[in-house]
Each structure stands twice: as structure tokens, then as C-alpha cells.
Ligand binder design. Structure first.
Ligand code: ADP
Length: 154
């Protein structure tokens, strides 16, 4: 059976933290689907098209990494694509508490799907998309927090 992991998020924009988790998961799975979830009540800085493009650029040399978008519940999407695992990154104990409750609910909704957590690199544990957006909105340079060579043009 093919081991397919879904890595869900909004990736607005993708950061070095996301990239690191995905690259370290590559040897563990046959395929990793980076799945951009769309929430109609949320305002995004980058369009869905730009977010897809940025993720495609980041993993252009990683044939196992695919990019997709979905609406609705993550577990339903996972079932649809035949995912065996849900991949999440952990930065802090607060992340763990939050992720644990979601993973427990997902276990109930889809018992065949296992959530796998990878610990972020210490140097990336403070990075998140909100901080990157704040830097950009204030005219700062966020390039060191995002994948090498990424075009951050909105
Ligand atoms: P987004 O910010 O893209 O909406 P999330 O914050 O939900 O998405 O992140 C998607 C996944 O990436 C989560 O599992 C989250 O823990 C992980 N993640 C985000 N930033 C980092 C980071 N700096 N290091 C490791 N994992 C991270």
C-alpha cells in the first residue's frame, strides 16, 4: 500500500518551517500532498493561485511532493485522496495541545488515518506565516524566513 501523507495548512505564504517539515518527511512517505485548505471566512494575503505557485516552486526538485487545494474538512479530503497519514509540525507545547485534540477528533472521524508529528528545527520554531506577513506589510525583508529564492510579490 502506498504511504500517502497530507500536509494541510493555508501557507499564506509557505515558510522555512513548513519547508523543513515537508523535506524531512520525504524519506518517510511515497507521496506527500501539500494541501491548501480554503476557509471562506478567512482573509488571505496571497491568492490561492500564488500560494500554489510558491509551493510548486519550493518543491520543484522533489517529485514525491504534490500540491493541491481543498474545501471543507481535512479528514474528508484525506479520505478522497486515499491518504494513510496526516502530517503536522510541532513547534511548542502549545502546538502539541492544540494538535492533540484535533488528532483525537480525526481519529474518531477517520480511524484509518494516522497523524504523524515531526518536531520543527529549533531555529525555525519561532517562524510562522503571520510573522512573515507582518514583516512584509511593514516593508521589511522576510526572505530569510521563507524558502530560498521564493518570490514574495503579492
Ligand atoms: P498555516 O500557517 O499555513 O495556516 P498552520 O499554521 O496550520 O498553517 O501550519 C501548517 C502546519 O505546519 C502545521 O502542522 C504547523 O504546525 C506546521 N508549521 C507551521 N510553522 C512551522 C514551523 N516554523 N516549524 C515547524 N512546523 C511548522
Amino acid at each position: 500500500m502506498k504511504r500517502i501523507a497530507v500536509f494541510p495548512g493555508s501557507f499564506d505564504p509557505i515558510t522555512k518551517g513548513h519547508e523543513d517539515i515537508i523535506l524531512r518527511a520525504v524519506p518517510l512517505f511515497d507521496e506527500i500532498v501539500v494541501a491548501i485548505g480554503t476557509n471562506s471566512s478567512k482573509k488571505y494575503m496571497y491568492t490561492l493561485e500564488r500560494r500554489l505557485e510558491m509551493i510548486r516552486f519550493t518543491f520543484r526538485n522533489e517529485p514525491k511532493v504534490k500540491v493541491d487545494t481543498y474545501l471543507g474538512m481535512t479528514v474528508d479530503y484525506c479520505r478522497e485522496v486515499g491518504a494513510t497519514h496526516l502530517l503536522r509540525g510541532l513547534r511548542t507545547s502549545a502546538d502539541f495541545e492544540f494538535e492533540r485534540s484535533i488528532a483525537h477528533i480525526n481519529q474518531t472521524l477517520y480511524p484509518d488515518l494516522d497523524t504523524v508529528f515531526l518536531l520543527s528545527l529549533q531555529e525555525y520554531s519561532a517562524i510562522n506565516s503571520t510573522i512573515v506577513r507582518d514583516i512584509l506589510i511593514n516593508g521589511g525583508d522576510a526572505t530569510r524566513f521563507v524558502p530560498e529564492g521564493l518570490d514574495l510579490t503579492v
